[in-house]
Design a protein around this ligand. Sequence first.
Ligand code: NI
Ligand code: MN
Length: 225
Amino acid sequence: MKTTFYGQASFEIETGGKKLLFDPFISQNPMAKNIDINSLKPDYILISHGHGDHVADLLTIQKNSNAVVICIAEIAGWLGNQGINNAHGMNIGGGYNFDFGRVKMVNAIHSSTLPDGSPGGNPAGFVIYAEGKTIYFAGDTALTYDMKLLADEKLDWAFLPIGDNYTMGADDAIKASAFINCKNIIGMHYDTFPVIKIDKQAVKEKFDKAGLNLKLPGIGESLTL
Ligand code: NI
Ligand code: MN
């Protein structure tokens, strides 16, 4: 299983010959100028919530790829109004077996209004079960006790926001790592805007001290999960 970072909370995971793209915000992200969104042809696009920094390139990439969009029911309905009829709507606590593996939608503490002001339902995270691995993509979220529900999932990797201000920051992400019982963390949702700039070296040291393996891939960089 391989993941590639595209900036902010946008990642692609390749598993079982399928490409899963999370929260595409690339063409409007000045830090991701090296990525051409027309080169992205995912099989699935997973959307954690409706904010612009998670859906900016959703319509373009979906039209280029005809990807199935996995998202909460309200965003699936909104996509239907945009002429996209192959969204797979879910809701918190529900799981579904896709051809690449299972996806369970889990709680996130945040907000979710779409860029045109439409309601985006509740924000969500995802647990992905594929190739015998279990991966948690937290989306934008605060630290929440609900994360303790994931402690028994034997997570191999977790994508956690660490940028503070709009989501949990590094200190709470370290607490979240303990709640979910996962030592392999990929940090996201930092540096894109001035209010979420982090000192990467200091954050890395904090995670090291807590016995955690924090990865902060560069934009366009891939990691094996
Ligand atoms: Ni957000
Ligand atoms: Mn965000």
